[in-house]
Design a protein around this ligand. Structure first.
Ligand code: NAD
Length: 457
């Protein structure tokens, strides 16, 4: 089947109404869970081949993450699918008002390479839960995961229910141009703009899960050692190739020496004296990204790390300082380099953040509640995590998504179900009673109109 035929087959299958029932959705989700559980080693091996991803990270942040998501949906789906009664306008009594979530139809999910399994399959869970058919486009930069996902899905699901289209921009564009019913895109802000423009031709609704620079503010703190540990952990997971990784640090000069000292200590305790030899440290996804990151190191003051290896695309966990005009402080880093920016007050940090595009995540470390309250109130970001890094993504009941340049829309848990469902509003009137006021000829006196409406409402 070519791409257009796949889209047509999915639309035809969706129109048969088979995906609408609770039983069908539960059956598909259980099957997906079985497929993942039965092939978990294969998936982990593919993640290792693409990113040298450690088993622990592959399990916790990719396969187990998705299995947990499926289990959460299975527990709640019946309740989520129920039409929700809402208060009707009294003026039209007797009347009933309902919100009924209905599937969009054929969903197109486009994923990046950094968490190539989770970021493809987690939205799939939400899309299936909401009763849609799905076309998946894995990242061509993670070819092993792309191949494994294609095989597992093709062997276990008919193409009219779930299809995998491997490839890059050409294949992505061909699917969008076939007029799908919803696009869920995760990737860079620049490509997000291209997708949004292309979707506009058919007015296809989109969710855009984008990137950007997530700041990390340290101000008025007591436990710098633990703070540095949490930052080093969040920054160097997947070698910094995490959309919500701390991108840069804003902190006063007085913390700098201790921060550098603790940084070195924690990097060594996590990855050993030579992180190149560590089994727990990932590699850069491609030579292009590796060269881009290596280029960042040209004109900076290195406080720790800085070693690279061209043969296996290794970049050491690195702490630097640089000019504000350096590309490191202009572009999303998306790699294991962490710049420090001097910021003597919380107000300065807030102004610094506000002068730049809205981040996906904002991290604020402080022992003062007033600091947390202030930064939350005076900055805008997709999400905030106070006194830690990355963990906000694990909270079942928090929506995950960006704002402004970092994205449009959100998902995870119930938010995924809502994202992939159109919220259809339904009003049901009765034949029992009919207010004559609404029909012409109308009363001509405004005072009288107001009085009558007040009595009715
Ligand atoms: P990318 O934008 O290069 O690619 C993402 C997807 O878009 C891929 O599947 C690719 O094939 C496709 N694509 C690329 N160029 C295209 C074009 N011109 N037309 C149509 N499709 C195209 O992103 P990436 O390098 O894979 O991922 C890194 C980026 O993703 C970072 O900016 C990161 O912050 C962001 N990201 C965001 C999240 C999130 O949840 N918000 C998660 C992970 C990564």
């Amino acid at each position: 089947m070519n791409i257009q035929e796949v889209v047509l087959a999915q639309k035809e299958f969706f129109n048969s109404g088979e995906t609408l029932s609770l039983e069908y959705r539960i059956d598909r989700l259980k099957k997906l869970r079985d497929v993942i559980e039965n092939n978990i080693d294969l998936i982990h091996e593919a993640l290792k081949a693409d990113l040298k991803k450690p088993l622990f990270e592959a399990f916790t942040a990719e396969t187990m993450f998705v299995i947990n998501e499926i289990n959460k949906v299975l527990k709640n789906l019946k309740r989520w699918m129920k039409p929700k009664k809402v208060s009707p306008p009294k003026v039209h009594l007797p009347v009933e008002c309902l919100i009924r979530p209905e599937p969009y139809g054929t969903i197109f999910i486009i994923s990046p390479w950094n968490y190539p399994f989770q970021l493809l399959i987690s939205p799939l869970v939400g899309a299936l839960a909401a009763g849609n058919t799905v076309i998946l486009k894995p990242s061509e930069l993670a070819p092993n995961v792309s191949k494994v996902v294609n095989k597992l899905i093709s062997d276990n699901f008919p193409k009219e229910e779930i299809a995998v289209i491997e490839g890059g921009p050409d294949e992505t564009n061909a699917v969008i141009d076939s007029n799908v019913d919803y696009i869920f895109y995760t990737g860079s802000t620049s490509v997000g703009r291209i997708i949004y423009q292309r979707a506009a031709k058919f007015l296809t609704p989109v969710t855009l899960e984008l990137g950007g620079k997530s700041p990390c503010v340290i101000q008025d703190v007591k436990s710098l050692k633990l703070i540095t540990k949490r930052i080093v952990w969040g920054k160097f997971m997947n070698a910094g190739q995490t959309c919500i990784a701390p991108d840069y640090i804003l902190m006063p000069e007085k913390y700098k020496d201790d921060f550098i000292k603790y940084f070195k200590k924690h990097v060594e305790s996590f990855y050993g004296e030579n992180p190149h030899l560590s089994k727990d440290y990932s590699r850069i996804i491609s030579r292009r990204h590796y060269e881009r990151l290596k280029g960042f190191l040209g004109d900076v003051k290195v406080h720790s790390g800085g070693n690279v290896n061209d043969d296996d695309l290794y970049i050491e966990p690195t702490l630097v300082e640089c000019e504000d005009s350096s590309p490191l402080l202009q572009e999303e880093i998306f790699g294991p380099i962490l710049p420090i920016v001097k910021s003597e007050s919380l107000d300065h940090s807030i102004q610094y953040i506000k002068a730049r595009p809205k981040p996906l995540a904002l991290y604020n470390f402080s022992n003062l509640k007033s600091n947390h309250d202030k930064i939350i109130a005076h900055t805008s970001s997709g999400g905030v995590c106070l006194n830690d890094t990355l963990l906000q993504i694990t909270a079942d009941h928090l929506p995950f998504g960006g704002v402004g340049d970092s994205g449009l829309g959100a998902y995870h848990g119930k938010f995924s179900f809502n994202t992939f469902s159109h919220q259809k509003s339904i009003m049901k009137r009765s034949f029992k009673f009919d207010v004559p006021l609404r029909y012409p000829p109308f009363p001509k006196n405004l005072k009288l109109i107001k009085l009558l409406l007040k009595k009715l409402g």
